[in-house]
Design a protein around this ligand. Structure first.
Ligand code: SAH
Length: 461
């Protein structure tokens, strides 16, 4: 590859004289660029095409209807040669070089002391692309790609920053501090123009358990990406024109499903949309919210996380099991049962030794492994255990057993997901409250909602 030692500069040509030799189509293109620079243009040419003639009639350029002569080149700041006569082009180049005036002979890189870039211009932002004179077509293509890439607010961000620049220079002493401030403002501005994402916890089931903030987020969403455990009533909070995307199908490879979800969020946010990613329970508790946050950060998209009531907390509250109690335990451990047999991630010995209440998510399938591991590691087989299925929903069911009998209970009662398993002395407290614990009003309605993908005839409020 040849050397590229061009120095890109942006010339100030306002009210400066410039010369264009030639009056055809190519000359017209160059004249337009010089007009954009607000230079005072003289065209020397025996003939002019209609476009150039129009500019002359409009008084925007001056036309000298003569053959090119050295005398025309005494004062301009820039000369452009766009004639079809090789000898004339060479003469223009030589004359300009002699006088040290920058010269560009169109389509003849050897007769150029400078090149004009392919330009994208908006407000104070000007991007010029050079291919070192090799391919204007490629330069134009790159220019268009850059144009696509820049957020539409780019020019206004630059203009706003221009306004506050002076005051920051005056009020912040050191260069490095100022640099940091400017960089963080810019980072912030550009990431918000890219749309925003809220990772919102929908709560464990009962739609009334969402936070006010979460509900507000849904009600202002452009795009709502939701899981299978999200109550359909929450979807009704979305604006009529919001796009609702169901991503809860538990089919296919888990990783590809997750990649697909991340791709969806990133794509819509990059288009400037406000994306609400609505997840069962809390986004950061076994919800893969962490992975989604990573994907957003990687793509420079700003986001917020609105917490939700996690299924473990909902299960405990709606079944009357205090997860901590000073007389029984000093803490609670939230676990996934998914990795029950994975010695690398699960230290069952430490878990049993901790004497803490255990709240197990996704534990139904591996219940017998869980039971076995806990007992093997010293847990009393009679440890009170509760399984709460469909917690906080009208059809919530609570099964009480012991850690020893957990697997048979699950099998006999045909319990399946979603269910939370709570293990610990505190489970026995539940019976103390049995006659007093009121079901939240929602539990009394018996209508069961339709979870999952909303049927096309589903009426939003
Ligand atoms: N982010 C969610 C958890 C997602 S993992 C949260 O914070 O709650 C999915 C698991 O959550 C299910 O397998 C089940 O163990 C539990 N779960 C979710 N909703 C539930 C519900 N209504 N009742 C019982 N368990 C539930």
């Amino acid at each position: 590859m040849g050397e590229n030692n061009l120095l890109p500069i942006f010339l100030k040509l306002e009210n400066e004289p410039t010369l264009v030799v030639g009056g055809g189509n190519i000359a017209f293109q160059k004249i337009q660029q010089l007009l954009d620079a607000k230079s005072i243009i003289t065209v020397v040419s025996l003939e002019c095409n209609d476009d150039v003639s129009q500019l002359v009639r409009d008084g925007r350029i001056e036309w000298i209807q003569e053959y090119y002569h050295t005398k025309f080149i005494d004062s301009p700041k820039v000369v452009i040669g766009a004639t079809s006569n090789k000898a004339v082009n060479k003469a223009i180049y030589d004359d300009a070089q002699k006088l040290g005036i920058p010269v560009n002979i169109v389509d003849q890189p050897k007769l150029c002391s400078f090149y004009l870039g392919s330009v994208h211009s908006k407000g104070d932002v000007k991007v010029a692309v050079s291919t070192n004179g090799k391919s204007p077509a490629v330069a134009k293509k790159i220019r268009n790609m850059i144009k696509q890439l820049l957020p539409k607010e780019t020019a206004s961000i630059v203009s706003e920053l221009g306004k506050i620049r002076k005051s920051i220079q005056l009020s912040v002493d050191t260069y490095s501090e100022r640099k940091q401030i400017f960089e963080s403002i810019v980072e912030n501005q550009f990431s918000t123009t890219c749309g925003k994402v809220s990772l919102v916890g929908a709560g464990p089931g009962d739609p009334e358990l969402i936070s006010i903030r979460g509900a507000t987020a849904i009600s202002t969403a452009d795009v709502l990406v939701y899981d299978s455990l999200v109550h359909p009533d929450l979807l009704k909070l979305a604006p009529q024109n919001a796009v609702l995307i169901f991503v809860g199908k538990r089919c296919g490879k888990h990783s590809t499903v997750q990649e697909h979800i991340e791709g969806l969020i990133v794509t819509h946010a990059t288009e400037g949309k406000y994306v609400v990613r609505l997840k069962g329970g809390d986004p950061f508790v076994f919800g893969r919210g962490g992975e989604e946050a990573e994907a957003l950060a990687k793509n420079n998209i700003s986001f917020e996380v609105i917490p939700g009531i996690s299924a473990g907390l909902g299960s405990a509250a709606y079944s009357g099991i205090p997860l901590t109690h000073r007389d029984y335990t000093s803490g609670t451990i939230f676990l996934t049962g998914h990795a029950a047999t994975d010695e690398n991630t699960m230290d069952w010995n430490a878990i049993v030794k901790s004497k803490m209440t255990l709240v197990i998510y996704m534990g139904v399938k591996n219940a017998s492994d869980i039971s076995q591991k806990l007992i093997q590691n010293g847990m009393n087989g009679d440890m009170p255990t509760a399984i709460i299925q469909h917690a906080t929903l009208p059809f919530q069911k609570i099964y009480e057993t012991t850690i020893k009998k957990l697997p048979t209970e699950i099998e006999n009662s045909e319990i399946n997901a979603p269910a939370i398993i709570i293990i610990g002395e505190v489970v026995s407290l539940k019976n103390k409250f049995a006659n007093y614990l009121q079901s939240p009003t929602y539990l009394k309605t018996l209508e069961s909602p339709q979870f999952g993908e909303i049927p096309s005839n589903y009426k939003l409020k």
